[in-house]
Design a protein around this ligand. Sequence first.
Ligand SMILES: [Zn+2]
Length: 343
Amino acid sequence: MSDIQNQIAANGQAALSSVAAAQTLADLDHVRVTVLGKKGTLSEALKSLGQVPAEERPKLGALANEWKSKVESAIDARKVDLEAKQIELELVKTKLDVTLPSRKIHQGSLHPITQTVRKVSQVLGRIGFDVAVGPEIETDFLNFEAVNIPKDHPARDMQDTFFIGPGVVLRSQTSPVQMRAMRSQKWPVRILSPGVVYRCDSDATHSPMFHQIEGLWVDQKVSLADLKGVLDFFAKELFGSDTKIRLRPSYFPFVEPGAEVDVSCAICAGKNPTCSMCKGTGWLEILGAGMVHPRLFELAGYTPSEVSGFAFGMGVERIAMLLHDIPDLRLMFQGDQRFLKQF
Ligand SMILES: [Zn+2]
């Protein structure tokens, strides 16, 4: 056997070993190029046949071609194997385990203030109160004078207001909504006005922005007894059927007479002198109320001798704090998930 024959056979054997050793399709392609490519080992062997004597060429040519097709078949067969292996790997990698627990879906909840506004509106809605809304930027006239707090009235000192321009304020109470309602319709009027109000006040129990709900019922012969009946119903619905109310005489410029309204302490019923809710008094102040001052009917365009009515107002944060035993008003406005998740 000539040197060239040996060389071709050795190249062919080496190529077959490389094909068998290839672990990836990229490895296999590399073998194909180095053996069968233009400058591959077998291709070079075929080219070199030009230098051998003419009578030996056909035999050597046949031998080289034989090895070439052997290597080609080996590459094709190995390619099929490697492709199958790759598909299997791919399947294992992307396998979906349907028994795994699903990811937790985070669900939001309504802010305790929103919940409280809705609860109060729902309770009083059942006895005929409709929700009315108005602007947060209000005229000085509707915010003060129309609720019987004239410019020289000492009651103006009772609250510090954000004045944002001549005759324009951020409303310090939702009472302007009541005046707007009375001015836009004839009595009877039975409305609730929930909304944001603003005062220059900020500490543990005061926020410069907070929420109020005021109620107004105007009709013929509405009496103080009706006010007590509505408040009693409201307190029992909100704080439980054992709840009692009491009215303490108080002064608000827009009502006459006026009262502060307390509910009995549901935690201790007045029996615990160190109760954190009522401080042992047995009573919790929840709102202010009274019979609408006749002056307001005049400003609304009503005839005071024809109508009477009552109004009440409460701080939504205060009600929410009582309902959920929240110790600090500021928790309501900090957006802390640990707090909000509890509702
Ligand atoms: Zn108590």
